[in-house]
Every structure is written in structure tokens, then in C-alpha cells.
Design a protein around this ligand. Structure first.
Ligand SMILES: [Fe+2]
Length: 499
């Protein structure tokens, strides 16, 4: 494989920004992608070989105090993405980085390593993000998140959506030369489709700013492949061979475009995404994948009355191996806070006040035996301070995880923070039509807000604090952000209350 001469790139290839992810105390992944023409198949890059990319790591934003430099390949086979795994770093500190090739220089990114193993950090603060449907609004939430003081960001799914996007980019209402090429106006099926869909999202300056400001821990939900798929079963029950090929293309483009390590690289339609991180002894993060290994949704999916099909004890949302890994990890945990960033709502959500109510068959409510096993595993491991983080539903919720959701006086086993969408669902509204009903039907639901935004979570040795950040809207750029609500939960005494 002969490297291309960098000077052969006659246009700026750094159109999609930089990113960092999966920080450890001594290591982090740095990412970029070379795409001089990001909206064309092939991105205006050679189809074979690799391009050498120089990288720089510095102690300061202006790169006066260079710490390290090197060269890393951007292989054509990986769509000219770079996944540089730096090692030998110092724990709990900021680093600045950038890339060069020929005369071209990338934007600057800042990252932050995790605290030293076994240390007792005073606090960790992170953002919770999900659901950024490009054609349903601007990524203003990400511009605000870029300015927050965070250790890291957790993105819990729906980084892209698979739907056709017209020249106006839907609700973004692009006009004139800003309009999108016709290529995007079809659903994503193959590798080129998915790769270009990531390019579209990553062309957004607010998304680039959010990646450049903080390291991200990412996991997917359904739309990175297809709405509400389950394992190898597609929403519309496509032939398994057809869906397997689609999933393989989608997973490959996902790995290419995320700041993930080489050990996460997919093999065909399989990609090992669930993984564990530690922030000293303060927090353990068990990032789940509730899509790849789940059983099909019961009763044909949607909101349905639970029954023998959904309540079958054999059903699983995580798959047996991931469930065992999660519970084994809790058994071994010495962390004060045990945080589980994952996709779909964990706590029960009824949509009527009747004793029996329809439930979402796509969420943990559709897999109650799976939820019961996980909670029993947490209890058996004497898991301290369980915090589940979720996305998917495009609203903010604060919920107590109850031993018995039918009995408000039963024990609270942990807390769940559901972060609203970045842009999916257009502007949304503070109190959607079912606002009163949901709060009445679910006494463990302490907060519900239907606007766009994100959550900032701060953990210290005594308290969790969740700031639910909301925007006035996403149909025009530049909306301000406010903290619509702040909830706290004491270490050792789980239960969310307004602060
Ligand atoms: Fe979504």
C-alpha cells in the first residue's frame, strides 16, 4: 500500500471536524475524517491506499507547548477516518489536539483524560445527549453543550436517522446554495448511504463544536440502522439476509465515524459496543447496547397492553452475555455511583391511569423479565447508587426506579434520568398533551418536559445533581438555553427531588 502524497489533496479535507472519545486515565481516542467533498460518494478522496495524517498533542490551545507529534494513516478502506489511540497520558487533565495533511490543518479539539484509577475525585460532571434528527431542527443544543464545563459527554443513541432528507433539509428550510444534493433524498440502505449520512450530520458546526470541546462516550439506539429494529429483525420484517447486510453497512459506518477504539471494530453485522469505564472510585459507567441482542418486540411493537407475550420470562433486551457482564461488573464495583448510560426508558411508563395500561413494547417495559433480572442483580451485588441514563423518547423525564412501580411506597432502587432530544421532534413544548396524564399515571415520574435540550449531571461524594437544560426552539438557529429544572438525589438515599 503506497501512501498518497499529502499534497495531492488540493482541497481542504478537514470539513467534518475532529472528535475524541472513550477516555481512560492514560489514554484517549482521537478521530477525524478526510472529506474534501463530504456530500459526494467517495468524498473526493482516492479509492485505494491510505493518506498519512500528522497529529499534534499540546498542553495549550495555541499549541505553543507541544507534547507529542506523530503520523497516522487514514485508510481508504475506513473511508479515510482516523482512530488514533494515544497512550501514556496523564490522568484527569485536558489536552489539545489537531491534525495536518499537506497544507491543510484541522480544527483544534480539546479532550480530557479520566481520573487516576483508585483515586477519589471530588466530582465528575457530564452531559447526556440523544436523538439529533438533522431534518427536524438545528443542533443549537450542541452549541450550548460545547460551552459547558464537563468531564465528558454520553450520547445514548440516534446520532443519525435513516429517513430521506430533501434539498431543504426538512425543517431547517435551507435555501439557495445551502440546499442539499439530491443524494440524501432516499432512505439509507448501503455503506455509501450511511457514510454520507454521517458526513451530513458532522458538517454541522454545532456538532463539530460539541465534539471538539469534550470527549464523548457513544452508544447507538435504533436509527443508526433502522427504526425499532431488534437484533436481526427489521421493523418491516425484511428477509434476514437483506437486513443483515444493511446492519453490517450501518455498523461499519458507525464505527468509522465515532471516536471508538480498534477493539470495537465490527465484523460483518456484529459489533461489540457495550463497555465499562471508571472515574476513580467516584463512578463506574456501564454503557449498554439494548439493540443488537434483543428479542423482537412483543405484540408487534408500539404501545400495547402487557400480557403473556411481553411478560415471557425468557425474553431479553440485553442478551444473556451482556446481562451477565453487567451484573458481574456490579459485583466487582467499588464505585460510589454506578451509572448505566443506555438507550430506552427503563422505568415503567403507563399512558392511562387505569390499573392496567398500555406500555411501550420497545422500551424496558416490553421486556419486564429482563428488567427484573437486572434489578435483582443490582440488589444481589449491593450496587450503590444506581443511576440509569436514557434517551429515545425526545422528552426530559426524572424518574425514581421503584421496587414495585404499582406501590409508590415501595423501596426506591435507583434513579433514572431521561434526556430529551437535540433536535428530533421539532421545537416540542414544555407540557405536551399527555403531560398531566403521564405524571398522574406514574407517581414515580417527578418531572416531564417536552422541549429540546440535554442534561448536565454532576456527581460528587454525597449528591447527584441533574440540570435539565431546555431550548425555546430548534426551527431557527440561535435559541438561548435555560435550566428548566434541577433535581438532586442523595448518595445512600436514592430518590429524586427538586432543588
Ligand atoms: Fe430518536
Amino acid at each position: 500500500m503506497t501512501p498518497n502524497t499529502p499534497t495531492s489533496l488540493s482541497e481542504n479535507p478537514f470539513t467534518l471536524g475532529v472528535a475524541s472519545g472513550d477516555p481512560l486515565p492514560d489514554s484517549v481516542v482521537l478521530w477525524t475524517r478526510l472529506a474534501p467533498r463530504p456530500f459526494e460518494p467517495g468524498n473526493g478522496m482516492p479509492t485505494e491506499g491510505a493518506v498519512d495524517v500528522q497529529w499534534e498533542l499540546a498542553d495549550d490551545e495555541s499549541f505553543r507547548r507541544l507534547l507529542r507529534t506523530g503520523t497516522t494513516p487514514a485508510p481508504a478502506a475506513d473511508n479515510h477516518t482516523v482512530h488514533l489511540e494515544l497512550t501514556g497520558l496523564e490522568p484527569g487533565r485536558f489536552y489539545w489536539y489537531r491534525f495536518r495533511t499537506g497544507p491543510w490543518i484541522s480544527p483544534t479539539g480539546r479532550t480530557r483524560t479520566a481520573p487516576a484509577a483508585g483515586s477519589d475525585p471530588a466530582a465528575v460532571t457530564f452531559g447526556l445527549l440523544s436523538c439529533q434528527q438533522y431534518d427536524e431542527g438545528y443542533y443549537t443544543a450542541l452549541a450550548h453543550l460545547a460551552r459547558e464545563d464537563l468531564d465528558a459527554v454520553f450520547f445514548v443513541g440516534d446520532y443519525i436517522y435513516e429517513n430521506a432528507i430533501n434539498a431543504q433539509a426538512g425543517a431547517r428550510n435551507y435555501t439557495g446554495t445551502h440546499q442539499l444534493p439530491a443524494f440524501f433524498d432516499h432512505w439509507t440502505w448501503n455503506l455509501t448511504d450511511y457514510r454520507l449520512r454521517y458526513a451530513l450530520g458532522k458538517s454541522d458546526p454545532d456538532l463539530q463544536a460539541a465534539h471538539a470541546a469534550h470527549p464523548w462516550f457513544v452508544t447507538w439506539d435504533d436509527h443508526e440502522v433502522e427504526n425499532n429494529y431488534a437484533g436481526l429483525i427489521s421493523q418491516n420484517n425484511d428477509p434476514v439476509d437483506v437486513f443483515r447486510a444493511r446492519r453490517a453497512a450501518a455498523y461499519r459506518a458507525y464505527w468509522e465515524n465515532m471516536p471508538l477504539r480498534a477493539d470495537r471494530r465490527p465484523t460483518g453485522p456484529d459489533m461489540p459496543l457495550y463497555r465499562r469505564f471508571h472515574y476513580g472510585r467516584l463512578a463506574q459507567f456501564d454503557i449498554l447496547d439494548t439493540r443488537q441482542y434483543r428479542d423482537d418486540q412483543a405484540y408487534g411493537d408500539g404501545w400495547k397492553y402487557p400480557g403473556p407475550e411481553s411478560e415471557d420470562p425468557a425474553r431479553t433486551l440485553t442478551g444473556a452475555a451482556q446481562e451477565r457482564w453487567l451484573i458481574d461488573g456490579w459485583q466487582a464495583s467499588t464505585a460510589r455511583w454506578n451509572v448505566v448510560p443506555q438507550q430506552v426508558a427503563f422505568s415503567r411508563r403507563k399512558n392511562t391511569t387505569a390499573d392496567r395500561s398500555p406500555l411501550s413494547m420497545d422500551a424496558w417495559d416490553g421486556y419486564p423479565a429482563s428488567r427484573d433480572r437486572v434489578l435483582a442483580g443490582a440488589a444481589a451485588a449491593r450496587t450503590e447508587n444506581l443511576v440509569v441514563l436514557s434517551g429515545d423518547v425526545h422528552v426530559h423525564y426524572a424518574m425514581d426506579i421503584k421496587e414495585d412501580f404499582d406501590d409508590p411506597d415501595s423501596r426506591t432502587l435507583g434513579v433514572e434520568l431521561v434526556g430529551t432530544s437535540v433536535s428530533s421532534g421539532f421545537d416540542g413544548e414544555e407540557r405536551p398533551d399527555d403531560w398531566n396524564l403521564q405524571l398522574a399515571a406514574n407517581p414515580h415520574m417527578k418531572y416531564y418536559d417536552g422541549r429540546r435540550g440535554y442534561v448536565v449531571v454532576r456527581l460528587d461524594r454525597t449528591c447527584l445533581q441533574a440540570d435539565f437544560r431546555t431550548l425555546t426552539g430548534v426551527l431557527t438557529p440561535g435559541a438561548p438555553v435555560t435550566t428548566a429544572a434541577r433535581f438532586v438525589s442523595e448518595a445512600g438515599n436514592p430518590g429524586l427531588s427538586p432543588a
